[in-house]
Design a protein around this ligand. Structure first.
Ligand SMILES: Cc1cc2nc3c(=O)[nH]c(=O)nc-3n(C[C@H](O)[C@H](O)[C@H](O)COP(=O)(O)OP(=O)(O)OC[C@H]3O[C@@H](n4cnc5c(N)ncnc54)[C@H](O)[C@@H]3O)c2cc1C
Length: 272
């Protein structure tokens, strides 16, 4: 029986683990098969204090994990499959096996959904990004393309409009799914232009993004677009559906647009 079980081992899970063991709590971190979370998929993190030259994402997360372990947290790399928060102690299942705890911190984070088109994996971090707040700085005074039509795409386009020379939003449909307020801001921003009914089908470039191929549905034509920087922001639906399944359908989680809303409070269950 643990005082605390933490679900997830990204920055939130590891930080919670470090604080918990230092507070004397017997702590288990269920790290997940993708331990370390999102920073494991990136290169240079420049905004983490204490690293004047920046730090590689995997190096940062290896350090956080080691720190939690050294202080006494137990860590297992499996994915939990189910939870039972209806009785106490709280139960976390990994298949048939389960662990019990007085408290649980959910730190399962988020997952980026990439476009999964040719050239993408090779050019990630080399002009292809999924986070304007993280990478916008590298796009200063450049021409940037944003792919997507939801709230996140609008927010990223607006962030990039403050930094980049120009922003082109490419969307598969004739209208955005984003909230009206965000759409209005995007339409009013002179630096942003929009390509409707366009689908990004390929990235080109060897060591850096050079051009992208767009398929334009309306004209049934293809276009090669010279662009050095792309920000992808498409729907998180698949991730939300998976998360809902793990946490017992709609009892704990409500979907609101592309976000998860936790139906708390439940005694002893927290979200980080
Ligand atoms: C490519 C990229 C670059 C980025 N660059 C920056 C940057 O430069 N600066 C910056 O500030 N932010 C950056 N970010 C954003 C930053 O990584 C996230 O904000 C941060 O990782 C969120 O931390 P988290 O701990 O909440 O969640 P996550 O990092 O998403 O971690 C979630 C954890 O939960 C685990 N998990 C999920 N489901 C289960 C399960 N069933 N069982 C067990 N574990 C599970 C996952 O395996 C993972 O370990 C970047 C993100 C990406 C993808």
């Amino acid at each position: 029986m643990y005082d605390l079980i933490i679900l997830g081992s990204g920055p939130a899970g590891c930080t919670a683990g470090i604080y918990a063991v230092r507070a004397g709590l017997k702590t288990l971190i269920i790290a997940g098969s993708r331990w370390g979370g999102q920073p494991m998929t990136t290169t240079l993190v420049e905004n983490y204090p204490g690293f004047p030259e920046g730090v590689q994402g995997p190096q940062l997360m290896t350090g956080m994990r080691k720190q939690a372990e050294r202080l006494g947290a137990e860590i297992i790399n499996s994915d939990f499959t189910e939870v039972d928060f209806s009785i106490r102690p709280l139960k976390i299942f990994i298949g048939e096996k389960y662990f019990q705890a007085k408290s649980v911190i959910i730190a399962t984070g988020a997952r980026s959904i990439w476009l999964d088109v040719p050239g993408e994996s090779k050019l990630r971090g080399k002009g292809v990004s999924i986070c304007a707040t993280c990478d916008g700085f590298f796009f200063r005074d450049k021409n940037v393309m944003v792919v997507g039509g939801g709230d996140n795409a609008m927010e990223d386009a607006l962030i990039l409009a403050k930094i980049a020379k120009s922003v082109t939003v490419v969307h598969r449909r004739q209208e955005f799914r984003a909230s009206k307020a965000l759409q209005d801001k995007v339409f009013a921003e002179p630096k942003i232009s929009i390509i409707w009914n366009g689908e990004l089908v390929q990235y080109n470039g060897e060591t850096k993004l050079d051009t992208v191929n767009l398929k334009l549905k309306a004209q049934n034509s293809k276009l090669q677009f010279k662009i050095k920087n792309i920000d992808i922001n498409i729907t998180m639906q698949q991730f939300i559906n998976e998360t809902m399944k793990q946490f017992g359908g709609g009892k704990l989680i409500k979907k609101e647009r592309d976000y998860i809303i936790w139906q708390l409070p439940i005694d002893g269950v927290f979200v980080a």
